[in-house]
Design a protein around this ligand. Structure first.
Ligand code: ZN
Length: 192
């Protein structure tokens, strides 16, 4: 396994729609190694997720995982390692929540993005097995963020109020307390 370079905003690969993987491609050593490397890269960077575009490959595969004690997102519920291949996502209802997001490909910037609170996700795991799950709250937001990457979108595109942009240091100073309170109340109410 290897820690890969994470590309940053401005690299055209982040604006590509990643293409679906065939069953044969998914089984290949090359793609299985890519998945292992994405997991290691995500863990090394303490991200909540990573999409293949972010390591320079426009393929529809992403990894979501929030480990206990994640220093970037201490308020996010724990999410076991989930590899999603060819994912499709749809809202379950109309409820939205303003999530303050960051991204490994957008260094030192955060902003408020409206995300669906309840989404249905269909995907293949790394063994090609199909899954269908409902994800809720901040976890639903993380899945939407990763599927956005696969569609060539960044959280920057979805920030409605540019005055919510902040560095991570300024977020800690001025926004974290209020956001964490709202986020924890959401997680308590809807789960993950
Ligand atoms: Zn991201």
């Amino acid at each position: 396994m290897a820690v890969l370079e994470i590309v940053t905003v401005g690299d055209p690969v982040l604006r590509e729609r990643a293409r679906e993987l065939s069953a044969d491609e998914l089984r290949s050593d090359e793609v299985q190694r890519l998945i292992d490397d994405m997991i290691e890269t995500k863990r090394a960077a303490h991200g909540a997720g990573i999409a293949a575009n972010q390591v320079g490959r426009a393929l529809r595969v992403a990894v979501v995982e929030v480990e206990p004690g994640n220093p970037r997102y201490p308020y996010k519920p724990i999410v076991p390692l989930t590899v999603i291949v060819n994912p499709e996502i749809e809202p379950v209802d109309d409820e939205l929540f303003a999530v303050n997001e960051g991204c490994l490909s957008v260094p030192d910037l955060r902003g408020d993005v409206d995300r669906h609170v309840n989404v249905r996700v269909r995907y293949l795991d790394r063994d090609g097995e199909p899954h269908e799950e409902v994800r809720r709250g901040l976890t639903a937001g993380t899945f939407q963020h990763e599927v956005d990457h696969l569609d060539g979108a960044l959280f920057l595109d979805r920030v409605r109020d540019p005055s919510t942009f902040s560095t991570w240091e300024q977020f800690d100073r001025h926004r974290r307390a209020e956001f964490e309170q709202r986020a924890r109340a959401l997680v308590e109410r809807v789960g993950s």
